[in-house]
Design a protein around this ligand. Structure first.
Ligand code: NAD
Length: 367
């Protein structure tokens, strides 16, 4: 394996600085000329168990962008699993490439070998740009993959379970912000018509909500509209400023940033996308000051990881959904803690996760 970047020195020092800052245990780079695989795996924390987190395929503009993403995402997984009560640590992988045209069997088999080289410290699954087809190819080279198809004994695509968890968390946020979790007639803007967004739209419409949906790909929008004719389509640049009750980011991260914050008209933010706050501290605080209730992404999008955790135990869909439903009560408790301590919701969630990790570490029970 060799370092993939042209600016090796700059990236190396960036890696070490960021690892120190965020507490990562291990970061690995892979460059395989034969298959065109360029990827990074980050293992953030394995106190609670092996680092489980999906693989994202995205055409990152630079390798530094890919690195930043994987470091943030892997840390988020540590907090997500800790809050969800899972015996798993946090890790993530990113593959630099266009998921629409760059995928080959050989690439994902090579990636599988790379995952295998971590001897079970990292377990992969689907994330943006991935499907069960890639998981099957990865499985040819390693046991350390979940999200396999049901006919292979797997749990299938975790997205519908993620969407269910987001829906439960969104309802808990509505209960806290509006005094009722009844979504009938609430206006909800969903950004991203992908695997999670599509499933979430169906649940929201069934509850009687008015749902506005956007995506950068027309074909994705058309597919959701065909499945759910009640959904109202909007342009990608319109979604942030829509006059809605709830904004649900289900595309990529950092959509809450210096540019978008002043334009937000919603009372609640509750969506699936990882790392929604461009700057957790600054934007988390700003949302609180603006009176917008933010449901931390890693708190309410844990359905997928819960589903994956059940695949390792022996898959049981009912049990996975029941555990995912627990996100409703966990979210209510975090919102309560945030209010009582007058701290942003992201911080209340971080503190709860850190408390669990610390207590396991201090008791000498680390993985
Ligand atoms: P996906 O790739 O199926 O869908 C993402 C969609 O967002 C795509 O249709 C894409 O075209 C669209 N998109 C990208 N940029 C956009 C923009 N600027 N404006 C509007 N649309 C845009 O991914 P997914 O599996 O649905 O996941 C969505 C988000 O939820 C991701 O951030 C992912 O990390 C997160 N998440 C997913 C799961 C899961 O189980 N799939 C679990 C936890 C978190």
């Amino acid at each position: 394996m060799s370092l993939i970047t042209e600016e090796r020195t700059a990236v190396k020092s960036a890696v070490i600085e960021q690892m120190k800052e965020k507490g990562h245990e291990e970061v690995l780079f892979c460059n395989d000329a034969a298959t065109g695989l360029r990827c990074i795996i980050a293992v953030h924390d394995t106190t609670l168990g092996p680092a489980l987190g999906g693989t994202r395929m995205w055409p990152y503009a630079t390798e530094a962008d890919a690195l930043e993403d994987v470091l943030r995402l892997s840390r988020g997984m540590t907090y997500k699993s800790a809050l969800a009560g899972l015996d798993l640590g946090g890790g993530k992988a990113v593959i630099i490439g266009d998921a629409r045209k760059d995928k080959t069997e050989a690439m994902f088999r090579r990636f599988g070998r790379f995952v295998d080289s971590l001897n079970g410290r990292y377990i992969t699954a689907e994330d943006v740009g991935m499907t069960t087809t890639e998981m099957v190819n990865i499985r040819k080279e390693t046991n350390n993959v979940v999200g396999l198809p049901v006919n292979m004994g797997g749990s299938g695509d975790p997205s519908p379970v993620t969407a269910y968890g987001v829906f439960c968390g969104l309802k808990a946020a509505a209960k806290t912000a509006f005094g009722t979790d009844d979504l009938a007639k609430r206006k909800v803007a969903v950004q991203g018509a992908g695997n999670v967004g599509r499933s979430l739209v169906g649940r929201l419409l069934k509850e009687g909500a008015a749902v506005y949906l956007t995506d950068i790909h027309e074909d994705k929008l058309a597919a959701v509209k065909a499945e759910h004719p009640g959904v109202q389509l909007v342009k990608p640049d319109e979604v942030i400023g829509l006059d809605v009750d709830i904004y649900s980011p289900c595309a990529l991260g950092a959509t809450i940033n210096d540019d978008t914050l002043p334009k937000l008209k919603c009372s609640v933010i509750a969506g699936a996308a990882n790392n929604q706050l461009a700057n957790e501290e600054r934007h988390g605080k700003a949302l609180m000051e603006k009176g917008i209730l933010y449901a931390p992404d890693f708190l309410i999008n844990a359905g997928g990881i819960i589903n994956c955790a059940w695949e390792r135990l022996g898959y049981n869909r009912e049990a996975a959904l029941a555990q995912t439903e627990g996100i409703y009560n966990t979210a209510l408790a975090i919102f309560k803690r945030s209010k009582e301590e007058n701290i942003p919701t992201y911080l209340a969630a971080n503190q709860a996760a850190e408390q669990r990790i610390r207590s396991v570490r201090q008791a000498g029970l680390s993985f």
